[in-house]
Write a protein that binds this ligand. Structure first.
Ligand SMILES: Nc1ncnc2c1ncn2[C@@H]1O[C@H](COP(=O)(O)OP(=O)(O)OP(=O)(O)O)[C@@H](O)[C@H]1O
Length: 260
């Protein structure tokens, strides 16, 4: 384990009832770096993120947050260091956008303690960077899917975590916002030394922003490396069963793909 490791996953296997969905997964999340998980539908990406965030529980000692076994931490202790942005948000209460982002501060407050001026400043800054400040008073039931996704990411940043876990963070965003939001999140995390793990179906977004990419197929880790090592035709064919052309991106020369 690297001594800067924020999260270490060590031979993690997991089953839903009698269906095994993850096999011996090992990975490390490091400060300021984005580790992306790619893989076809049903390969186990969301399950992995939910285990790391302890939305799902495993009794085995296989996941460590800042060196501590996750099974021994209380939920609030986890929330102080880790923020989770789920893929889908359903059935929300009728909160305002501002209230939802303020919830990001709860892990840092003691019971019944009101937010301070500093908490509100952190919240307003997160909302401003995600472009949702003008929605502050709107109900989250009355905003678009892409706006809601940005609000939930703002809440995660307001939480000031050491680790940010993002499940398909750009799935509801148009191409402009998708790139902009990823740039903002990556820059904030690099500045603050926050480690990130994210799933992506968009190979080009993963390639452009990731420091490292792990590929899952049927619950098994089939590739792990920097984008140039992983975004290659053979691995993409193995993952998705189709051929891709791979060329350098005009801005940063990272692999850029088109299905053939
Ligand atoms: N709550 C659950 N109960 C039982 N099986 C589940 C549950 N959640 C997921 N699975 C199964 O676990 C496997 C992995 O699912 P998971 O959602 O982790 O995949 P994924 O890679 O995130 O997929 P996608 O790209 O479609 O979001 C799938 O076979 C799925 O049917």
């Amino acid at each position: 384990m690297d001594n800067r490791t924020l999260i270490s996953v060590d031979r993690l296997s997991f089953s839903f009832y009698n269906q095994k969905v993850l096999y011996d997964i090992c990975l490390d999340i490091l400060p300021g770096q984005l580790l992306s998980i790619m893989g076809p539908n049903g390969s186990g990406k969301t399950t992995l993120l939910r285990l790391i965030s302890r939305i799902l529980s495993t009794t085995k000692k296989t996941i460590y947050i800042e060196g501590k076994d996750i099974t021994e931490l209380r939920q609030k202790e986890i929330a102080k260091v880790l923020a989770y942005v789920p893929q889908h948000i359903y059935d929300t209460f009728d909160f305002s956008v501002m209230d939802v982002v303020l919830m990001g501060r709860w892990p840092h407050l003691s019971r019944l303690q009101a937010e301070s001026h500093k908490d509100r400043e952190i919240v307003l800054s997160a909302m401003e960077s995600l472009g949702v400040l003008e929605l502050a008073e709107k109900s989250i039931r009355e905003i678009s899917g892409g706006e809601l996704q940005r609000v939930i990411i703002a809440r995660a940043l307001a939480q000031e975590p050491d680790v940010l876990v993002l499940d398909e963070p750009t799935s509801h965003l148009d191409p402009g916002f998708s790139h902009q939001v990823m740039r903002i999140v990556r820059n904030v995390c690099r500045e603050r030394g926050v480690g990130m793990i994210a799933t992506f179906h968009d190979i080009n977004t993963a390639s452009f922003f990731s420091d490292r990419i792990v590929c899952l197929k049927s619950g098994r880790l089939v590739a792990d490396g920097i984008p140039e090592e992983v975004i290659v035709p053979q691995i993409l064919r193995e993952l998705y069963g189709v051929d891709f052309a791979v060329m350098p991106h005009p801005e940063n020369r990272r692999p850029f793909v088109m299905p053939l």
